[in-house]
Design a protein around this ligand. Structure first.
Ligand code: MN3
Length: 262
């Protein structure tokens, strides 16, 4: 097992060097190596840079937990660097807006008109990034995949004729999203499940900014940072593999909360 992880890391670093990021990646302080390989690494309890109302949630599993579908180094950079940066920048954006500090991140981005115009784009991008990634970690798990469970299983049958139909639409929306963004399954205003995609860190939660609005029950990050180290330009392969990580219990809970209006 250690051998596999070593080989995997070497391959990843080789790939990284090939596009010129090798030195930066090699300097990552939490990169697993040596004695640390023997024990699962804990993810950080909170962002060291979180000075403000918003904090980086810990990854709910080890960086390596989603191998081989999502590689260890991608998980580490994605959570510790990308997500952490959204949190830091969101805190900066609201630092002079104390009236907004008591809002949850979701309530903050649900109505962007409550944010003064000079900080609105920063809150849209970084607040969206924070909310989207918090969801993303929660709807994946080690040993995930398989068929849907609970009420969401019936809803998927009703809207898409079954899981393969939904997966086909989600993957197609993710594949045809030009540039960076997300592909979603949402509970729409009519209470039915629908597939959509958004650019950048926009989310269907941003009513009035993103149309149609909806409550995401799952979303797949299709920014290159989510898959490039392992899949390079093969976004379709990443999307196919991603379904092996899905945490259906978490997705079903999100569905039941959305249906009850919470
Ligand atoms: Mn991302």
């Amino acid at each position: 097992m250690n051998l596999n992880r070593d080989l995997s890391r070497r391959n990843l670093l080789g790939g990284a060097a090939a596009f010129g990021a090798g030195a930066a990646l090699a300097s990552l302080p939490r990169l697993s190596r040596g004695a640390n390989q023997a024990t699962p690494e804990a993810s950080p309890a909170a962002s060291p840079a979180a000075t403000g109302p918003h904090t980086l949630p810990p990854l709910p599993y080890d960086y390596a937990a989603l191998e081989p579908h999502i590689d260890t180094l991608t998980m580490q950079i994605h959570h510790d660097r990308h997500h952490a940066t959204y949190v830091t920048n969101l805190n900066t954006a609201v630092s002079t807006l104390p009236d907004l500090h008591s809002l949850s991140p979701e309530d903050l981005i649900r109505d962007l008109t409550q944010v003064p115009e000079d900080q609105r784009t920063a809150v849209r991008n970084n607040g969206g990034g924070h909310v989207n990634h918090t969801m993303f970690w929660e709807i994946m798990k080690p040993g995930g995949g398989g068929p849907p469970i609970g009420a969401v299983a019936q809803a998927i049958d009703a809207a898409f004729g079954g899981l393969p139909g939904m997966q086909q639409q989600v993957n197609q929306a993710g594949l045809t999203r030009f540039g960076s963004g997300w592909t979603w399954v949402v509970v729409g205003a009519d209470g039915q499940l629908a597939v959509m995609s958004t650019p950048n860190q926009d989310t269907p939660l941003m009513a009035g900014t993103v149309e149609p609005a909806g409550t995401p029950i799952l979303g797949i990050d299709v920014w290159e940072h989510a898959y490039y180290l392992k899949y390079q330009n093969k976004r379709a392969d990443y999307l196919t593999a991603w379904w092996n990580t899905i945490n259906w219990d978490a997705v079903n809970q999100r569905y039941e909360r959305a249906r009850s209006g919470q």
